[in-house]
Design a protein around this ligand. Structure first.
Ligand code: GLY
Length: 350
């Protein structure tokens, strides 16, 4: 028996989303167990940690931007509570040639239209801010409100606070939260939740990590002859270079083509990376959804709640998802933007 007001919650998935919501539920006094045979080694382990609601909204996606901004507003207090520092230098959007610069302008116009701050930079201002940029980069803008965080430090802090076990204890949980990201759900859970195939699909991302003597001071997102790339600095000279984006149903592996594409683009923006030590190459699947929005809320089974489908935004949206799930369990409230039931007509009409 649970104490009054306390629910026994089992969370499947110890990525940043599952661990964050488990930590929130524990803080609120619930009894929580997280289940994962390989905690913190999925997409969150590969994530660059850009908290970029504006820079990651590629198509006019006001609902996603709104979720991103609400979650970004939670990050400073969340990071402080976990004892992990945010990098607050902002994000540069840069273009290598004239067509790439048009992408920057298009993105900057979108950010402005949606009410975000964009600082224009002339070539001198750009190089003053980021002297490591190649002289061949044609131009760029600064998004001063888009910080970053090291997801591995966040995961480590969460794992200190949240108990994780490899397999569920049968019959223990009153509610199960599925925070399994792009990992296919066991058939029994998918059946109980009434989730049709195609609800969540894997979108492959390949990522490199390197250590540089000459890292950029802030996140650099660029276009190089039409290819998008980002370089995110960490403490100690480490940089994360990402990411490819491809739909796949084969297991995620690092490909020579992926590594080549990332290196070619990143080195054109930041030639100093040539001297960097390669530390790691990783491939993980992002959990994509048909409408690009996460699935956070109820299923047809009252004992089964979803917290998945965060696509490129799992790190950014983790604290908001934690609140949404905890509020839902306590009050029944559901955010219409993330309500999984919205997908039923969309998927039935395919
Ligand atoms: N959020 C960055 C990525 O998914 O590549």
């Amino acid at each position: 028996m649970s104490a009054p007001g306390t629910t026994r919650v089992e969370v499947l998935g110890a990525g940043i989303v599952g661990l964050s919501l488990a930590e929130e539920l524990l803080r609120r006094g619930h009894d929580v167990r997280v289940i994962d045979p390989a905690p913190a080694r999925g997409a969150s382990w590969a994530a660059a940690g850009m908290l970029t609601p504006a820079a990651e909204v590629w198509h006019d996606e006001p609902a996603l931007l709104d979720l991103g901004r609400r979650s970004l507003a939670l990050w400073p207090a969340y990071a402080e509570r976990l004892g992990v520092a945010l990098r607050l230098e902002g994000t540069l959007l840069v273009g290598r040639d004239a067509a790439d610069l048009q992408e920057v302008e298009r993105q900057a116009a979108l950010v402005r239209r949606l009410g975000g701050r964009v600082e224009e930079l002339d070539p001198r201002g750009l190089r003053g801010l980021e002297p490591t940029l190649s002289g061949r980069v044609l131009g760029g803008v600064l998004l001063p409100d888009d910080p970053s965080i090291d997801p591995r430090r966040v995961l480590a802090a969460l794992l200190e606070r949240v108990p994780v076990q490899p397999v569920p204890t049968p019959g223990w949980a009153e509610v199960t939260v599925l925070a399994t990201g792009a990992t296919p759900l066991p058939a029994a859970y998918a059946e109980r939740a009434g989730l049709p195939p195609g609800c969540v699909r894997g979108v492959r991302g390949e990522v490199l990590r390197a250590r540089s003597d000459d890292p950029p001071a802030r996140t650099v997102r660029g276009w190089v002859r039409g290819r998008a790339v980002y370089v995110v600095p960490r403490a100690g000279g480490e940089v994360v270079i990402g990411a490819t984006s491809e739909e796949h149903d084969s297991p995620p592996v690092v490909t020579l083509g992926g590594v080549h594409a990332l290196l070619e683009a990143a080195r054109e923006l930041l030639p100093g990376l040539d001297r960097a030590e390669l530390l790691e190459a990783l491939a993980r699947d992002r959990p994509g959804t048909p409408d690009g929005l996460p699935l956070v809320g109820p299923t047809r089974d009252p004992g089964l709640v979803l917290a998945t489908g965060h696509f490129r935004h799992g790190v950014l949206l983790a604290p908001l998802t934690a609140e949404l799930v905890a509020d839902h369990l306590e009050t029944g409230r559901v955010d219409p933007a993330t309500d999984p039931r919205r997908l039923r007509p969309l998927l039935e009409n395919r």
